[in-house]
Design a protein. Structure first.
Length: 193
């Protein structure tokens, strides 16, 4: 994988363990010559990850919607900043640039972006690996909710298994490299007259 999108918070949270794993991920990308594409911010988890990579001359590409580009938010020292008109166009642009996706702890935006990546895989539109770095069990309840969705018939087990989960940076990246997308059956809508 040459470039990976990382979705994470614009906050650091209350526990340094999350920041420390963001630093580990940035260093892993540097050591393995992987570029990062992310939301373009300089604050929170996004800023820590970008700064970690920039200190070692890593490739960091930000994709930010114009409405968030004000100077308190946008990172001004990254390799490249791409400005989009909307959040939707931001996700499309990120999708075109990357070979996979990773979510670190974050809020609504992080969940929105990682679930869109999973949906693209579920529909067979993309076949890229989607991973969650489950630092400190941050995503445990989310993973349990996915199990409920399978049990109740709203999510196929094979689709849930598209999500790669690990609490280790090295293991997560190794699993993503080995990922083989399942063959999806395309649903054809028939018009009934």
């Amino acid at each position: 994988m040459k470039k990976i999108a990382v979705f994470c918070g614009s906050s650091l949270g209350f526990n340094d363990i999350y920041k420390n794993d963001a630093i580990k991920l940035g260093n892993h990308f540097i050591e393995n010559n992987i570029g990062m594409v992310y939301g373009g911010g300089k604050i929170g988890m996004m800023g820590v990850l970008a700064d970690t990579m920039l200190k070692k001359n890593g490739e960091v590409i930000g994709v930010i919607p114009g409405l968030l580009r004000h100077e308190e938010v946008a990172h001004t020292e990254i390799t490249e900043m791409i400005v989009t008109k909307t959040m939707s166009k931001r996700k499309v642009k990120i999708s075109k640039l990357v070979d996979g996706y990773i979510a670190l702890p974050g809020g609504f935006g992080t969940l929105d972006e990682i679930f869109e990546a999973l949906t693209l895989g579920q529909l067979g539109i993309e076949s890229k690996p989607v991973g969650i770095l489950n630092t400190n069990g941050f995503f445990n309840h989310l993973i349990k909710q996915l199990d409920v969705m399978v049990t109740e018939g709203y999510l196929k087990k094979s689709n849930k298994e598209m999500l790669i989960v690990s609490d280790s940076v090295d293991e997560l990246c190794t699993l993503m490299l080995k990922y083989k997308a399942p063959i999806m059956t395309k649903v054809i809508n028939k018009v009934v007259r």
